[in-house]
Design a protein around this ligand. Structure first.
Ligand SMILES: C[S@@+](CC[C@H](N)C(=O)[O-])C[C@H]1O[C@@H](n2cnc3c(N)ncnc32)[C@H](O)[C@@H]1O
Length: 243
């Protein structure tokens, strides 16, 4: 359904998200020889798309066979799907990939200051208390760790926005009904995209959770249909006061 609705573009966005984060500790260029690999937490990652991509990138681009991903999702059926799909990857029976059932708003099983990179792709829009989830992200990240979110956002060009809204509000629920036999879920999808904060509002929410914001804080994809937001947990008290 995602492929059909986005004409496959969501795959390009996910690839770009992963390449841009460049996960993994390259043994040739890493300054911290004692630390092996990154500890990545992929929240709302049920299907495993992001996790498999991160591990592939770490292994093939950065020659890093130690980076690990924990996939957390609130829905056991999504995790079961992810586990099933993992069987077709080299990571299924390795300790580099773990699946846990968890609510992004209460990650009790993840210790404070333990994660190098927190990712959430097309998930945070569905969280009931996004501010609570952002504070949990802050808690679990190591100082200097990165929060990265790929999510539907607001289209910048007004003409394109009008066309896009027409397409999403009329075609997507209809495609949902015809292909998945589920009009209501796809109606909810377009409404949740409409309700999600703008790029600047979401950037400010990330800042309010305590993160430092690199540059303007986000990158628009396909004129803002989606956006990548980033925040960095300050590495020192001085950085906290400079935020
Ligand atoms: C559209 S899917 C995205 C899956 C994956 N990240 C991807 O990009 O293919 C949204 C996911 O968010 C999960 N989710 C919704 N609310 C959540 C919460 N509070 N905590 C953790 N996961 C949640 C859902 O179970 C679902 O698997």
């Amino acid at each position: 359904m995602n492929d059909l609705m986005s004409l496959g573009i969501h795959r390009l966005w996910k690839d770009h998200f992963i390449r841009n984060l460049n996960p993994g500790r390259n043994p040739l260029t890493s300054h911290t020889a004692q630390e092996k690999g990154w500890n990545i937490l992929d929240i709302a990652g049920g299907t495993g798309d992001i996790a498999f991509g991160m591990l592939d990138h770490a292994s093939t681009v950065n020659n890093d066979a130690h980076t690990k991903v924990t996939v957390a999702d609130i829905n056991p059926q999504m995790l079961a799907e992810g586990r099933k799909r993992a069987l077709a990857t080299p990571y299924a029976r390795s300790d580099r990939l773990t699946f846990v059932e968890a609510n992004a708003e209460k990650l009790d099983m993840i210790p404070d200051n333990s994660i190098d990179l927190y990712t959430v792709a097309f998930g945070i829009r569905n969280f009931t208390h996004k501010d609570v989830a952002l504070r949990e992200a802050y808690r679990v990240l190591k100082p200097g760790g990165v929060f990265a979110c790929l999510e539907f956002s607001k289209v910048k060009n007004p003409v394109f926005d009008a066309i896009y809204k027409r397409w999403s509000f009329s075609a997507i629920p209809l495609i949902g009904q015809l292909v998945a036999g589920d009009r209501d879920s796809y109606q909810y999808l377009v409404e949740s995209i409409e309700r999600f904060p703008s790029q600047t509002e979401f950037r400010d929410m990330i800042k309010d959770a305590g993160f430092m914001i690199p540059g303007q804080g986000w990158e628009d994809l396909t004129d803002g249909i989606a956006a990548i937001h980033k925040g960095v947990k300050p590495a020192s008290l001085q950085q906290v006061s400079e935020r």
